[in-house]
Structure formats: C-alpha cells, structure tokens
Design a protein around this ligand. Structure first.
Ligand SMILES: [Zn+2]
Length: 447
C-alpha cells in the first residue's frame, strides 16, 4: 500500500480497472444475485457506468444471495451480533459490522480475514499520513463503544502495545470522559467533531487538562468554527477523516488540502440525483462505491447518501488519490425549502452548521423541521446571554437561508443542557432530524 502512494494517476486507474474486472468475475461466479444481475456484462471489457447500482435496502433484503459463502445467513449473523464480545468473529472467520442506522435501516456487513487485513492496513496507512506510529503513542478514541461499529472494532483489532489505547463511549457523561482523559493523558485523540468541540470547551473551562499533539476527527460534519476552536485550544494538528462501514477510508495528509480517498481500495463515483457523474470541483448528490477488497460481500456501485465535493486540484503531496474538499452532509438530512422565485431549494446540514456554529458560545445544535417550522435546539456555553444568542442566530439563519435563494420559514430556538446521543445510532449526533413529509426526494427509502 505504501508503494501505491507513489503511483501516477494513470497507474492507479489501471489498478482500479484490473481490480474491477476480477471483482466482477468473482462476484458473477459466486454470488447468485450478481450472477443474475450481471449476466449480460462480460468481465473482459467493463465500463463502470454500465453496471447496475445497488442500494442498502436491496443488500439487506437479498443478503444471502449477495454473499459469496453460502454458509452465511442473516438470521445467524443477527444472533452473533447480539452477544459479540471484543474481536470475536462470526463462524470463527468473519468480522461483522453494522452502520449507525442514522439514515433508516441498519446495514450489516461481513468482512472476511483478507478484507479485514486490507481494511486494517488502510487504517495504518491513514495513521502514516497523519504522522502516527501505531503502537507507540497513547491514543484515546471516543466513539460508539460498540463492537459492531468500525470506529471501535478497528481500535480493538489493532496490534497495540498494552496500556497505550483508551477506548471511551461517546454516550458516557462528559464528566466521566473528562476524568478518564485527564488521567490517561493521550498524545493522540480520535473523536467525532461534535465531541472534540465539547472537549475543547471543557479544556477552556479548566475541567479538562490534556495536550494531544494530534487530533483526528471523523463521521460527522466538521464545522469551520469547531475546527478553529480545536486548533486554538490544543495547538495540535487537526486531521479530518472520512470512512464508512462499507469500506471507504480516507484522511487528510500534512498539506491539509482535503481528505485523500484511498482509491486503490475503493472506486468512488460522485454523482447527481440520476447517478450521472459530477465533475471534480462540483458538489455531488450521493456516492457510488465499489469496494475492490471485499470478496465475501461484493459491493459494486453501492449507493452511499453522502454529499461531497471532490477537489479538482491534485494535492501537493503527490499522492494519486483525489481529495474530498467538502462534506455537505447526508441526503436524508437535507431540508428542502420553498424557493424565493419557484421550486424547492436544498439546505444542506453543512449550510446550517456554518450559520449556527459561527456564533461564539454555541457548542452543539440539532435542527428539526416540524410542520414547516424550523426548530433549532442549541447547547450553549452557560456564560453567554441566551437572549442575544437567540437574536443573532435568528438573524444569521434567516440571512443564510435567504442567500441560498429560499424563503426562511418561522424559526424557534430552544436552549438545552445537552443533545442526547443515542447508543443505537452509534452515539453520532444527527445534525438534522427530518420527518418524512418535509424531507428530500430519497425520503422513505431506506438508505
Ligand atoms: Zn496530500
């Protein structure tokens, strides 16, 4: 994998097309579903765009026909997941992960030993980009705390020196997290951006006293304001990352020009609503991922509802992997508001995040659209004036929404002590909570 970092873009593309050809040949010969769906596709000369797209709901409903080991069955996998401990494998061979289910039905993904080795090597490559020598530094990871979630599983699966790894649950009380971190004193901190932001505030207030040299965030939108606060508080280097349970891995390099997607492991297509390719530099509506290292559960043009913009410029580090310049949020968390002139205007989670988090003293927020009204829950620093904050936020949001060409609906701002992180959703904070009638074109679909 290190050698591939020195490849030219052309060498990478050749590797992708070779990988795709052998993946298709394998999937057609071993997976009944792909055999049926791709019977007209010859694995000799394959064009990615000719291949059918697959969504999570199909993967789950056709689970036994997708997997290439006929012994695997979803009911058994579900039973295994109920009692799984540490790095335990299903049938002694397969590691099972689930998605957070924050966008509907949970997905279940089975990794064979070879795929897991690739994934872990990818994680280690990511550590290398960030400048971490795995097993050398005290590392604290605050994540879901579930064996079934990638953030936790890869941490328990890493060949760590004992005592070097602290794994904490994001759903634990902040006080407990602060105490544990104070006594552990991590050199490296991994956390969801919202949690890293809260911890930075704890450090400002003097309750937390840690000095990590490297902070890695991922799995949620990192607001510019939160990033600035994290950098100011710790003076450490902040790296944002992007990964998904289905197999994409990516992290920033030292040039901080965006998140490198490890494209030797997965082919990632950025597409519009109709699955047509979007040029680099323009925002996409969702992603189509083809995992090149996962044979037990082939995922070819699998739909992932993240909206991202890939940079049109190559990173100065010279790696052949494209970078994600911006993550706008999930399709299911996009609010559609009436346009000033006509039609509907999408408001992305990242838009709301920049309008709201720019206000000093706002620690966390969550937005819900209820019967045409935007309800905004705010967790704020107790020292700030709620009245002033509410009026500034109202103005910011109104101006922000209008600048997008939409009519701003009535707003209601509510101050809370905390926003509940649901363990069932892997403790991730949802930026926007939507009920079916108000959400976007993919609402109701189970992504
Ligand atoms: Zn780079």
């Amino acid at each position: 994998m290190r050698r591939r970092e020195a490849w030219t873009r052309g060498e990478l593309l050749q590797h992708q097309s070779d990988g795709l050809r052998s993946l298709i040949a394998f999937a057609k010969s071993r997976s009944p579903l792909y055999a049926e769906r791709m019977r007209r596709i010859s694995s000799g000369s394959v064009h990615l765009q000719d291949l059918p797209i697959i969504e999570k709901k199909e993967v789950m409903s056709e689970f036994e026909r997708i997997v290439t080991d006929p012994r695997i069955n979803l009911a058994d996998v579900n039973r295994h997941m109920e009692g799984v401990e540490d790095d335990e494998c299903y049938m002694g061979e397969y590691r099972v992960l689930t998605t957070a289910g924050s966008t509907g039905r949970k997905g279940v993904f089975v990794y064979d030993r070879n795929a897991w080795t690739c994934l872990m090597a990818g994680v280690e490559r990511g550590a290398g980009l960030v400048g971490i020598a795995i097993g050398r530094e005290r590392t604290a990871s605050i994540g879901s705390g579930s064996q079934l979630h990638l953030s936790y599983r890869r941490a328990v699966s890493e060949p760590e020196g004992s005592g070097l790894r602290l794994i904490l649950k994001v759903t634990d009380p902040l006080q407990r997290l602060t105490d544990e971190l104070n006594s552990f004193q991590p050199g490296i901190l991994h956390a969801y951006p919202s949690m890293a932001g809260l911890l930075a505030e704890e450090q400002i207030n003097g309750r937390l006293d840690i000095h990590p040299g490297i902070i890695v965030t991922g799995a949620e939108i990192l607001a510019e304001e939160t990033a600035r606060k994290i950098r100011e508080v710790w003076g450490g280097v902040l790296f944002n990352s992007y990964s998904c349970t289905e197999g994409i891995l990516g992290v920033e390099c030292g040039f901080h020009q965006g998140i490198h997607i490890f494209e030797d492991l997965c082919i990632v297509e950025v597409v519009d609503e109709r699955h047509n390719p979007v040029p680099d530099g323009a925002p996409g509506h969702h992603l189509l991922m083809t995992n090149l290292y996962q044979q037990t559960m082939p995922l070819i043009r699998y739909l992932i509802s993240d909206m991202v913009t890939v940079s049109a410029d190559a990173c100065p580090c010279g790696r052949p992997f494209r970078t994600i310049k911006e993550i706008h949020g999930r399709v299911e968390e996009t609010i559609y508001l009436g346009g000033v002139n006509t039609g509907k205007v999408p408001v992305w989670p990242a838009h709301l995040s920049s309008m709201i988090m720019a206000r000093q003293g706002v620690l966390e927020f969550q937005v819900e659209l209820i019967q045409g009204r935007l309800e905004i829950d705010i967790v704020a620093d107790p020292g700030i004036s709620r009245k002033d904050t509410a009026s500034v936020l109202t103005r910011n949001i109104k101006e922000g929404i209008e600048s997008l060409g939409a009519v701003c609906p009535p707003l209601r701002i509510r101050f809370l002590d905390r926003i509940v992180r649901e363990a069932g959703k892997m403790g991730k904070k949802q930026t926007v909570v939507l009920r079916a009638p108000d959400s976007g074109p993919l609402a109701g679909a189970e992504h």
